[in-house]
Design a protein around this ligand. Structure first.
Ligand code: CMC
Length: 429
């Protein structure tokens, strides 16, 4: 806490509120006593000025385009670390020693299979169901299979549920994919690293040998790492709010999956690639830029803009380089979608509309190009985002549940509806 106080004057009375300092970033005015003292609430739809919790996991400086997991810059983690090490870092706060990491990887790989009965769930869905609908349902259904890890008051159960979800999400997502294309489900292989195992479950078939290309596995791993956490975004806040009622962890993560699906959030990677394809050729870009600027047209440049980043999204930088490497490996560096993306980015970054509003490419702008080059259909993109973000949701959920000051999340409202009135019998209406 700092020595500074914020004062509020209302109807001639003055109230004082503490100012709390974080380790870095904006300080906050502690208004927890506001209602008790003044009988008023604050009003902040969209939470643009509200810190809903304190956290030690992820830090974003939107102006500087900086993203840190437990203090480590995202570009260093994407280049020099790998996803399971990043998972450990997010969950436990420090980088592991070699021995601790090995032990963690073993714990995760021990849980990669899903309960055999869970396969039956898949056949209940239509083959053309969106993978996010399936993933949301199957993750929620985990509470019906793993009864021994649903007690949120038991730290050991919380730990097992966490490891189970990190381990099983690749299996759940790849099984949704296999179901959608009518191929046999592929079991996980615990001798493969996390990303390679996911690619193996998505793209191998029982009739042939499948070798995962290390460049593709590395690109996949980077996508996982870049999406692993992003502080209090909509889906993470959804997970925290769900968890604040002591709902079981599987239900909370399923709620996060549901929220992520929206096109303003995780669904933007699917929408961004669809948009780039719809634009198709560089000569059509001005038409789409004009539409994005036209306030009477709901169209927005997908993969552009961010609530927090008012500068280049640091994840997009890594993603752009990774897209180049993957397309070169595939011998398709002249891929028309990448050409449209690069040109669109150039035009938008020079256009006063985007410059004035500080709209830059976000993580979703290039990720779809990589995922498509790897062989995923657009409908799988958000499910892959969900898989990657699961660890962030879990780390945030665990932090909240372990906080002795935890309270059920219960926002208030500015009521603008009818005042109390008497019921009118239907005959008299
Ligand atoms: N294209 C055109 N105009 C835009 C865009 C865009 N992509 N994004 C924002 N604007 C304009 C918006 O119309 C508004 O203009 P004005 O001030 O004249 O009314 C101004 O910029 C501010 O926009 P906002 O909607 O108030 O900003 P926000 O912080 O509420 O929204 C956003 C952030 C990400 C929802 C929004 O930028 C957007 O819809 N982007 C496209 C979808 C997208 O790429 N989402 C992925 C986000 S990154 C992955 C993730 O974290 O989930």
């Amino acid at each position: 806490m700092s020595n500074k106080k914020a004062t509020l004057t209302l109807d001639g009375k003055t109230y004082e509120f503490d100012i709390l300092d974080g380790s870095v970033g904006p300080s906050v005015i502690d208004i927890r006593s506001l209602y008790a003292k003044t009988g008023m609430f604050t009003y902040d739809p969209g939470f643009t000025s509200t810190a809903a919790c304190d956290s030690t996991i992820t830090y974003i400086d939107g102006d500087a385009g900086e993203l840190l997991y437990r203090g480590y810059p995202i570009d260093q983690l994407a280049e020099d670390s790998h996803y399971l090490e990043v998972c450990y870092l997010l969950l436990y706060g420090e980088l592991p020693s070699a021995k601790v990491l090995k032990d963690f990887e073993l714990r995760v790989t021990n849980h990669t299979m899903i309960h055999e009965q869970m396969h039956n769930l898949y056949s209940g869905f239509r083959r053309d169901a969106h993978p996010m609908a399936i993933v949301c349902g199957v993750v929620g259904a985990m509470a019906a299979f793993y009864h021994d890890s649903t007690d949120v008051n038991d730290p050991i159960q919380r730990e097992i549920a966490s490891i189970r979800m990190i381990a099983k999400l690749p299996t759940i997502v790849s099984t949704a994919y296999k179901y959608s294309i009518g191929q046999p489900f592929v079991f996980p292989r615990n001798d493969l690293d996390y990303a390679s195992n996911f690619l193996h479950m998505c793209f191998s078939v029982p009739t042939e040998d499948y070798k995962v290309d290390p460049v593709i596995a590395r690109a996949m791993d980077k996508i996982f790492t870049l999406h692993a956490d992003h502080e209090q975004n909509a889906s993470t806040s959804t997970v925290r709010l769900s968890g604040s009622s002591d709902a079981n962890p599987f239900a909370c993560i399923a709620a996060g999956v549901a929220c992520l699906w929206g096109p303003a959030h995780g669904g933007a990677n699917e929408a961004a690639l669809n948009m780039l394809k719809e634009i198709g050729t560089v000569d059509r870009i001005p038409e789409y830029v004009a539409r994005a600027k036209d306030k009477s047209d709901p169209f927005r440049l997908m993969g552009f803009g961010h609530r927090v980043y008012k500068s280049y999204d640091p994840r997009a930088k890594v993603m752009q380089q990774s897209a180049k490497e993957v397309l070169e490996l595939m011998g398709v560096e002249n891929n028309p979608t990448l050409q449209v993306a690069k040109e669109l980015e150039k035009i938008a970054l020079e256009d006063p509309y985007f410059v004035e509003r500080r709209l830059y490419p976000n993580v979703d702008f290039y990720s779809g190009i990589i995922l498509e080059a790897i062989g995923f259909p657009t409908s799988m993109f958000t499910a892959i985002f969900a898989l990657s973000r699961t660890v962030g949701w879990i780390a945030q959920w665990k932090e909240m549940i372990g906080d002795p000051q935890k309270k059920i999340g219960r926002p208030r409202q500015l009521y603008a509806g009818a005042v109390a009135r008497d019921y009118i019998d239907i005959k008299n209406r």
